[in-house]
Ligand binder design. Structure first.
Ligand code: KIV
Length: 273
């Protein structure tokens, strides 16, 4: 493909910005590997996030602070080898950007150069404005993330709704404006009251993408494995499961096991002469 060709349907940060201007909604899911990237590629989903939720979903880690740049680069590369149409955003993990704008630039650059991401996401408000400005002036699109910021889970005292009190409510509103001014192209709002998400969405021109933030955001994101119903034990209030793969997979494994043990599989048609 030539450097200047633009394939129909390919989602860019301009598509995402224009969707809000046109009053349309934006869909985003997480994805961490090539097998699921193939399925997402053939869906109409707009944006894919290689989130640091990969720590719990894919690596069995207890805590998002344990996710490293090596994890993020490796999983982002697996997804980008397949993905062509949706916009691909990758999380900057804990301590890959907080210490300085230079560190943020070095690590965001790795997610683009080695991982093949189109954009990066980082958590926080006014304290990360310098990092965002540095990335944007280097030509790296940045998505913000406010509300429940999982990399600060220990500071926040757990996975709790943020902004119920007026102090944090006001801080999130001010942070959203600061992030927009710093140059983010979109903003994730996680676990905030519906009214706060509505106010943030109305007060900035860039799209808000909600998770546990109610219906008034410009878009919605869910963890792919959650919306597909991979974990019967995970049922937070904000989640809607669009499939029950846990049950389907368990059934398939039980039937395979039974057929192997009964000598039914492989049948003649599964065998070579
Ligand atoms: O890591 C992640 O999956 C996220 C989404 C929940 C927004 O940050």
């Amino acid at each position: 493909m030539s450097r200047y060709s633009c394939r129909d349907g390919v989602v860019s940060i301009n598509t995402i910005r224009q969707r809000k201007e046109a009053g349309g909604k934006i869909s985003m899911v997480t994805c961490y590997d090539a097998a699921f990237a193939r399925l997402v590629e053939s869906s109409p989903i707009d944006m894919v996030l290689v989130g640091d939720s990969l720590g719990s979903v894919m690596l069995g880690l207890d805590d998002p602070t344990q996710v490293t740049m090596e994890h993020m680069v490796s999983h982002t590369a697996a997804v980008s080898r397949i993905l062509r149409r949706p916009l691909l955003c990758a999380d900057l993990p804990f301590l890959s950007y907080q210490s300085s704008p230079q560190e943020a630039l070095r690590n965001a650059g790795r997610l683009l150069q080695e991982g093949g991401a189109h954009a990066v996401k980082l958590e926080g408000g006014q304290q990360v404005v310098a990092q965002i400005k540095t990335l944007v002036s280097a030509g790296i699109p940045v998505m913000g993330h406010l509300g429940l910021t999982p990399q600060s889970v220990h500071m926040l005292g757990g996975y709790k709704v943020q902004g119920r009190d007026s102090k944090v409510h006001g801080q999130i509103l001010r942070d959203a404006v600061a992030l927009e001014e710093a140059g983010v192209f979109a903003l994730v709002l996680e676990l905030v009251p519906r009214e706060l998400a509505r106010q943030v969405t109305a007060s900035i021109a860039i799209p808000t993408i909600g998770i546990g933030a109610g219906p008034d955001c410009d878009g919605q994101v869910l963890v792919l494995h959650d919306l597909l119903g991979f974990d019967p034990e995970f049922n937070p209030r904000f989640l809607k499961k669009y499939a029950d793969f846990a049950q389907g997979i368990q059934q398939a494994l039980a039937v395979f096991n039974d057929e192997v043990k009964a000598g039914v599989f492989p049948a003649a048609c599964n065998s070579f002469e």
